[in-house]
Design a binder for this molecule. Structure first.
Ligand SMILES: Cc1[nH+]cc(COP(=O)(O)O)c(CN[C@@H](CCC(=O)O)C(=O)O)c1O
Length: 306
């Protein structure tokens, strides 16, 4: 395979990449009834280290709860499978994608007795929004599509079906020449990106929308909040950010497992700050990479060594 990975763990076994197949009548394909995680493993002097595996695994199981989806494997089994998957493919820094979904027994909206299938894949994945993005930032647009409200579908569950909202917003942005979208919630305030949380810096203070703004409780968001507070910043992690505050921000940046810490330099072609990565963004981005690549030995509890 072009990503020089060849193995996937599926329903308790390691299978060849091309043999990891499911039935076309799988419930998850028809009704979006799946949950997934995105986790990064970083190469460090002590070997590959999975970042905040416990929190990701916790969220993986919690995401299934609204759908009565009981994942038929213990956390220890999934942890061992993931470590073995990384070892078998000699991966060091890689992206890990666990997914669980209702498979096929009978069709119909109710998952009834459909089996819950689980798979884990891992592959090398570079900068999510492009190589230049981490340094130069990205140009984004505010999408015409709103985020679904947490009262309509639990936004705090990483449900596969929800990502059509992300696809609509992200593809609208790219169709219009931008790299990514910012999605407002149904109140018209800032929620997050299609696959990222968002942070705003103004007069030296840091703001990020709270869970009530219909966002995913991001693990990278939590990490950056902690790193910022450790550096003495005032962080409002329950902010309501209006659309207009995006234009007058000193700095904006995305956070996410895939996106890591990505500066935003323009919103709908309005230059943010001086149009380059801001100083607070750079400081937190550097702190993040020093942490995950273990140049800093803080938060050892956040690392699972393979
Ligand atoms: C909607 C959304 N909001 C915020 C985040 C950031 O959460 P966290 O990874 O815990 O910091 C992600 C992760 N998006 C994942 C999927 C990306 C994809 O393209 O698929 C990811 O970053 O792995 C989201 O999908």
């Amino acid at each position: 395979d072009e990503m020089d990975v060849d193995t996937i763990w599926m329903d308790g076994e390691f299978v060849d990449w091309d043999d990891a197949q499911i039935h076309v009548l799988s419930h998850g394909l028809h009704y979006g009834s799946g949950v997934f995680e995105g986790v990064r493993c970083y190469a460090t002097d002590e070997g590959p280290a999975i970042f905040r595996w416990d929190e990701h695994l916790e969220r993986f199981y919690a995401s299934g709860k609204p759908y009565d989806m009981d994942i038929p494997f213990e956390k220890e089994e999934l942890t061992e499978a993931t470590m073995e998957l990384i070892r078998r493919q000699d991966l060091t820094s890689c992206y890990i994608r666990p997914v669980a979904f209702y498979g096929y027994d009978s069709l119909g909206v109710s998952p009834k007795d459909n089996p819950v299938q689980v798979a884990i894949a891992a592959w090398p994945w570079g900068a999510y929004l492009g190589d230049e993005a981490l340094e130069k930032g990205v140009d984004v647009m505010v999408s015409s599509w709103r985020k679904h409200a947490s009262s309509q579908i639990p936004t705090n569950a990483k449900t596969t079906g929800l990502y059509v909202n992300s696809l609509l917003a992200g593809e609208e942005a790219r169709r219009n020449g931008y790299t990514e979208a910012i999605v407002l919630n149904k109140e018209g305030n800032v929620a997050e990106g299609p696959g990222e949380n968002i942070f705003l810096v103004k007069d030296g203070d840091i703001y990020t929308p709270g869970l009530s703004e219909s966002i995913l409780d991001g693990i990278t968001r939590d990490t950056v909040i902690e790193l910022a507070r450790e550096r003495g910043y005032t962080v409002n992690d329950n902010a309501t950010i209006s659309r207009g505050e995006l234009n007058t921000a000193d700095e904006l940046f995305f956070t996410g497992t895939a996106a890591e810490v990505t500066p935003i330099r323009k919103v709908d072609n309005v230059v943010i700050g001086d149009g380059s990565r801001g100083p607070v963004t750079e400081e937190l981005q550097q702190a993040f990479f020093d942490l995950v690549e273990r140049r800093s030995d803080d938060h050892e509890e956040w690392f699972t060594y393979v």
